[in-house]
Design a protein around this ligand. Structure first.
Ligand SMILES: [Zn+2]
Length: 251
C-alpha cells in the first residue's frame, strides 16, 4: 500500500498536460489525496475527487491570501464546509509571499479562522509553512488548536514537531532533500511519517513517492515494503480513509 498524502491532481492538465493527468489518474500503485489551495482549486479538487471517489482536502493557502485578498473569504469557506473534506488544508503561513506586516496579518487571520473551522468540523489540518516555523508553532499554541496536524512538505525542525506533540503531528515528506529532513527521519519513529509528492509542483507523478519511501527505508534501516505500509496506514488514520487505498501498491 502506498499513499500520496498531498497532490494537486486537478492542476495536472494545465501544468504538465493531459497525458500526465490520465496516467496519474489511471495508475493503481499510489493512492492520491487531492488538495486545494484557493477557491478555484478547491472547486476543481472537489469535482475531480468526487467523480473518481477519491479523498480531498480543502482550504485557503497563505499564498492565496496574499494573491487574492480576503474579500470573498467567507463565501470560500462556506464551500469548504459544505463539501465535507477529509481535512482543512493547505493552510498556514508563507513568509516568502507575505513580505510586509500587513500581509502577515492577513495570513494569520485566515489561518486562525480556518483552525476554528477545523475544530467546528472536528477535522485535522494540513499545514503549509515557508520560512515561518517558529511563528507557526506560536500561532497554533496561542490559538489553542487541539486537533491533529500534518506538516505538508516538511521543512521545519525536530524541535517544532516536538513543540506541537499534543497535536500528534504527522510529518509528510516529499522528494525534496534537506539536512533537517534527514535529522527528523532519524529522530522520530516511523509512526510519525507519511509520503507525498506535491505534484505537479515538486514531483511530476504520484509514483515518485517511491523515492521518498526508499529514502526513509535507507535512513531508518527498514524494509521498503514495511515503510510503504506504515506510512500509508499513518495517513489513512489521519484522514480517516475508508478501505479504497488498500489495493494500491508500489513494492
Ligand atoms: Zn501543495
Amino acid at each position: 500500500m502506498a499513499i500520496d498524502a498531498h497532490i494537486h491532481l486537478q492542476d495536472f492538465p494545465k501544468f504538465i498536460g493531459r497525458e500526465a493527468f490520465n496516467s496519474a489518474l489511471k495508475q493503481r500503485q499510489v493512492f492520491p489525496i487531492i488538495v486545494g489551495y484557493s477557491h478555484a482549486s478547491n472547486v476543481a479538487a472537489y469535482e475531480l475527487a468526487s467523480t473518481h471517489n477519491l479523498p480531498y482536502v480543502l482550504g485557503i493557502a497563505p499564498q492565496t491570501v496574499v494573491d487574492e485578498g480576503l474579500e470573498n473569504f467567507e463565501e470560500w469557506l462556506n464551500f469548504v464546509s459544505a463539501k465535507k473534506p477529509s481535512a482543512i488544508g493547505e493552510i498556514g503561513l508563507d513568509y516568502k509571499w507575505a513580505d510586509t506586516d500587513e500581509r502577515k496579518k492577513q495570513q494569520l487571520k485566515a489561518f486562525e479562522v480556518q483552525m476554528a473551522l477545523a475544530e467546528r468540523l472536528s477535522l485535522p489540518i494540513v499545514l503549509h509553512c515557508r520560512r515561518c516555523c517558529d511563528d507557526l508553532v506560536t500561532t497554533i499554541k496561542d490559538f489553542g488548536f487541539y486537533g491533529r496536524i500534518m506538516f505538508h512538505s516538511f521543512s521545519c525542525k525536530v524541535k517544532h514537531v516536538e513543540a506541537l506533540a499534543d497535536n500528534r503531528p504527522l510529518i509528510s515528506l516529499n522528494t525534496w532533500k534537506s539536512k533537517e529532513k534527514k535529522k527528523a527521519i532519524q529522530h522520530f519513529g516511523i509512526e510519525r511519517f507519511t509520503t507525498e509528492t506535491d505534484a505537479p509542483y515538486i514531483a511530476k507523478s504520484p509514483l515518485e513517492v517511491k523515492a521518498v519511501i526508499e529514502e526513509i527505508a535507507s535512513i531508518k534501516g527498514l524494509p521498503e515494503k514495511e515503510v510503504e505500509l506504515k506510512t500509508t496506514e499513518n495517513a489513512a488514520r489521519f484522514f480517516k480513509l475508508g478501505d479504497d487505498y488498500r489495493g494500491y501498491s508500489l513494492f
